[in-house]
Ligand binder design. Structure first.
Ligand SMILES: Cc1cc2nc3c(=O)[nH]c(=O)nc-3n(C[C@H](O)[C@H](O)[C@H](O)COP(=O)(O)O)c2cc1C
Length: 441
């Protein structure tokens, strides 16, 4: 039995801007090269992020181990962690040599380890340092340097804080921001709780998109599926509902927790934004739409979501001249020549556009990936944990998960085992379907 991906092409759907991206979030221990190679089989268009790699590690570690590529081809972003402009610049250069299409700086991770190193989310309290880091990297690499951040840190929910962060970093040349739409509570919550407890506030991301119309904003956090993403990205109500108490407030100096020295002064937000937000609500569409959606846990645990991405983009993304001209060079930046030259885009051939992609075809491609990688030490166990969710929500999914978690089976390291299990799953699913049909008949 095959399960064909399909996305309805609803002509009445709101359109997304040209160049709109769907990406898979950077996730430590999850989005390694094997995971990315698997995700690429599901979507040609999705942008795939590495796990965070620290600039320190790149300065002292094994580069092939840290930066080596799988078969994920183009549209791959290297996420760096660090706070030293020169170290980051060096790391970014190494990243480009390994063919990454963009460099992203992590300003959103709240873990203790990252805090001790004084980077990740706590960098949001030092916008000028982030700006210096971005400028140093941008000076030495031909690819875009982007920033992933939160909407605030600790319990400070003042829009002016994130406004000033983006303003300062954008002034250094950053043109793409990936915004995890919740605060990072650095005062006691662990990273897992920090992905769940601080409330999501999508409106802040829309608000940033209105206020910095020369920049691209990608929204992250809590997205469950593509339909929800479309609603979140296009509903002007989200953009118009930023707490207005902050809008047009007199110039203030909110108690921003600075890492060193006195709290930073935050400029007042121009009252004109209120007008633009009202116009936006009237237009029933964000004046300045978001330019992307980033999926984290859902994409990892339910990867078939990605099988719908290419058709979904084709159905919903449009060419919007006004928008494109405003953001030229940001959203339609081609992958760098360096990338094209240095990375063989060797993702296994699958149906164009993934129109008729099946899980069985993906399994076949994974077997090929393992067989080609064997000489470089790629083993079944490296891949198996990332593909456990391939049959999520399908009949007999449990067989797939159980067999692919079996240590003895993994130790045999036989790529063909994937095909065997796939056949078992599909046969059991067919049996279940027949039983059901029998009962109904
Ligand atoms: C296991 C795990 C590891 C993560 N590692 C990173 C990381 O290295 N860098 C980063 O910026 N965010 C990291 N994140 C956060 C995600 O990128 C993302 O922002 C977060 O999960 C919210 O998106 P979601 O609700 O779609 O999962 C991690 C998340 C998870 C679940």
């Amino acid at each position: 039995m095959s399960h064909v991906s399909s996305v309805s092409n609803n002509a009445a759907s709101p359109a997304l801007p040209a160049g709109f991206r769907v990406s898979v979030a950077p996730m430590m221990e999850w989005t390694d090269r094997h995971c990315r190679s698997f995700h690429r089989l599901l979507s040609r268009q999705a942008w795939l992020y590495t796990e965070m790699v620290t600039a320190q590690a790149i300065a002292h570690g094994d580069l092939d181990h840290l930066l080596g590529r799988g078969e994920e081809g183009e549209r791959v972003v290297l996420q760096l962690g660090g706070n030293d402009p020169q170290l980051l610049a060096r790391a970014a250069r190494e990243g480009v040599a390994y063919g990454y299409d963009e460099i992203n700086l992590n300003c959103g991770c709240p873990s203790d380890r990252v805090r001790e190193g004084a980077f990740g989310a706590c960098l949001m309290a030092e916008p000028q340092r982030v700006a210096d880091c971005v400028a140093a990297m941008q000076a030495v690499v031909p690819v875009p340097v982007t920033v992933k951040h939160r909407i605030g840190i600790d319990r400070h929910e003042d829009y002016a804080f994130v406004y000033r962060f983006v303003e300062t970093v954008a002034a250094a040349g950053c043109r793409r921001f990936i915004v995890h739409a919740r605060n990072a509570w650095l005062d006691g919550l662990d990273p897992k709780a920090n992905r769940e407890i601080p409330p999501l506030r999508y409106a802040v991301v829309h608000r940033l998109a209105q206020d910095f119309s020369h920049c691209a904003f990608e929204l992250n956090g809590g997205l469950q599926d593509l339909a929800m993403g479309l609603a979140v990205a296009t509903d002007p109500a989200h953009a118009a509902s930023v707490p207005s108490a902050k809008v047009g407030a007199p110039s203030s100096t909110p108690a921003v927790p600075a890492m060193a020295g006195a709290p930073v002064a935050v400029p007042a937000v121009d009252p004109v934004h209120l007008e633009s937000l009202t116009a936006l609500a009237a237009a029933r569409r964000p004046l300045q739409p978001l330019t992307g959606l980033m999926y984290g846990r859902k994409a990892y645990h339910e990867p078939w979501l990605l099988a719908g991405v290419d058709a979904w983009l084709a159905a919903h993304a449009e060419v919007d001249e006004a928008f494109v001209s405003g953001l030229r060079g940001v959203i339609d930046e081609p992958p760098s020549a360096v990338t094209r030259a240095s990375v063989a885009s060797s993702a296994a051939a699958l149906p164009e556009g993934n129109a008729a992609l099946t899980r069985a075809a993906v399994v076949d491609a994974l077997v090929g990936y393992l067989e080609r990688g064997a000489a470089q030490g790629v083993e079944l166990r490296h891949l198996a944990r990332h593909v456990l969710g391939l049959y999520h929500g399908q009949p007999a999914a449990r067989i797939w998960r159980r067999q692919l978690s079996d240590p003895q089976a993994l130790a045999r390291n036989d790529p063909q085992w994937l095909r065997t299990v796939c056949a078992q799953v599909e046969a059991e699913a067919a049996r279940q379907a027949e039983r059901l049909a029998g009962r109904e008949g």
